[in-house]
Design a protein around this ligand. Structure first.
Ligand code: 5AD
Length: 481
């Protein structure tokens, strides 16, 4: 049977989609190749969020084809995911040796299309059409064997798409409209993962706080007239009177109902999710942190900018004050909660004063870490046509200043762990040094320690002895044996 090599660019959703494609192909008898040099099929799962992510994938495909034509005639080449969706056939016009272009609603068709291409039934396939129900097709996992050692953690895709239309962002165009899976469907997948040894599940979506915005999340599609559930975004719209409290008791958004349902699964130790939107981060979700022990004290909450003027231009739907309020409530509910963020530097029209507001917000919040992105113009997004696009050197300079601040704050926060005992879930050997084991704290910090395979999957208390760059080191002597 043929072998396939899949390389993934971009976010955790992309990682998850690639895993589902790999699992689907393995189930059909394909083997997973360790590199493009030994594969019959090479698939690149692409990211479009910034231009350099697209360029990297295009360059990679060019070099893979260059070598493959010499060394592996007949090798099949495919682009999948966001860039495949947004560029479609244009990718074949540009690289005529590409055989397959598979959009974001078509991952589940990979095996069928590759079979046709390998059998020579079709010469080329481009499929980027919308497909109803595709949000429910990312469910196969690769837990053991071929690709991975026994997995302790797993990602579960709960929804697809995005309706927020931030002015900088290409995702609504590459991932389509928001569509959610049902709670019973998601819980069944989680249960199966836990039965296979998974201890920690991360619920994934572009904006998980918008989960269940349409239709009924409790009933299988089409089986009944849908009951409408409010989504967190509507429930917590800052301008609306608080409907959450109006009936006396706290109403729960569909997302919190989902977390509660997953929380019931026996044997599951930890629940994470990414990414929420600050606008949808309501009191019911804050309250869930205080109430549900498996929901770990960690939140990735993209802020993008500290300036109200820029937030408005970005169409983010919250103010700096509202963001800070969410952080304050989270910290009150779970002191010690790890908070990380995404920030864009150099959005069109960002002034020095706007940028300083971002710096001051970072000082105020004290993020454990933040991912910084230099603004990149994306095709057909409103921000690409805005006036005052900033010159590269200004973006570079602001990026360097912000990075320095984030590193300084992060170092300080990580250092507070030294000497403390903390619980970790051991995931497997450290990526950088396979002689050591790696785990994560509940607040999502990596801890490296001198353990062994028998620690995999265990919850251990370790004492933190020193700090590396956004990494903690635990004392092996303290590891419970
Ligand atoms: N330019 C730079 N960064 C971007 N992001 C999304 N679109 C762009 C863009 N056009 C960043 C945001 C988002 C993260 C995943 O990528 O910060 O949260």
């Amino acid at each position: 049977m043929p072998s396939v090599y899949i390389k993934t660019y971009g976010c955790q959703m992309n990682e998850r989609d690639s895993e589902a494609v790999a699992a689907q192909l393995v189930a059909k008898g394909y083997s997973l190749a360790a590199s493009e040099h030994v594969a019959d099929v090479v698939l690149l799962n692409t990211c479009s969020v910034r231009d350099n992510a697209e360029q990297t994938a295009l360059n990679k495909m060019t070099s893979v084809i260059g070598l493959g034509k010499k060394e592996r005639p007949g090798q099949i080449y495919g682009f999948m995911g966001c860039m495949a969706q947004s560029r479609g056939k244009e990718l074949i016009d540009r690289l005529p040796d590409v055989d397959l272009v598979l959009g974001t609603q078509k991952f589940h068709r990979a095996a069928e299309y590759l079979d046709e291409l390998l059998a020579g039934k079709r010469e080329r396939i481009v499929d980027t059409a919308d497909e109803q129900g595709s949000e429910g097709t990312i469910k196969e996992h690769l837990l053991n064997g071929a690709a991975k050692d026994k997995a302790v953690t797993a990602f579960v895709s709960i929804m697809q798409g995005c309706n927020q239309y931030c002015t900088f962002c290409i995702v609504p165009y590459t991932r389509g409209e928001e569509r959610s899976r049902t709670i019973p469907d998601i819980v069944a997948e989680c249960r199966q993962l836990v039965a296979q040894g998974v201890k920690e599940i991360t619920l994934l979506g572009q904006i998980v706080t918008s989960y269940g915005r349409r239709g009924d999340v409790w009933t299988a599609a089409g089986s009944e007239a849908p009951r409408r559930f409010q989504d967190a975004t509507e429930l917590h719209d800052a301008k609306a009177p608080s409907p959450l409290r109006s009936a006396g008791a706290l109403q729960k958004s569909a997302f919190v109902q989902l977390i509660e349902a997953v929380h019931e699964i026996e044997g599951l130790e930890r629940i994470r999710f990414t990414s929420p939107h600050p606008k949808g981060y309501g009191d019911d979700l804050v309250e869930a942190y205080a109430r549900l022990p498996k929901l770990v004290e960690s939140a990735h909450l993209p802020v993008q900018s500290g300036s109200d003027r820029v937030l408005k231009l970005m169409h983010r739907g919250y103010t700096r004050a509202r963001y800070l309020e969410v952080i304050r409530k989270l910290r009150a509910a779970r002191p010690g909660i790890g908070i990380t963020s995404d920030i864009i530097v150099g959005f069109p029209g960002e002034t020095e004063a706007d940028f300083e507001e971002t710096l001051s917000l970072c000082r105020e919040v004290e993020f454990d870490n933040a991912y910084l992105f230099k603004y990149s113009q994306r095709k057909d997004t409103p921000a690409a046509a805005m006036p005052d696009q900033l010159p590269e050197p200004i973006i570079e300079e602001r990026h360097a200043r912000l990075l320095e601040l984030i590193n300084e704050i992060g170092k300080r926060k990580y250092e507070t762990f030294v000497g403390r005992q903390t619980q970790i879930l051991v995931e497997g050997p450290s990526r950088k040094n396979s002689a050591r084991m790696s785990g994560r704290t509940r607040c999502n910090k990596i801890v490296i320690f001198d353990g062994s395979e028998r620690h995999r999957g265990q919850l251990l208390d370790v004492k933190i002895t020193r700090v590396g760059s956004f990494t903690l080191y635990g004392d092996p002597a303290i590891v419970g044996l």
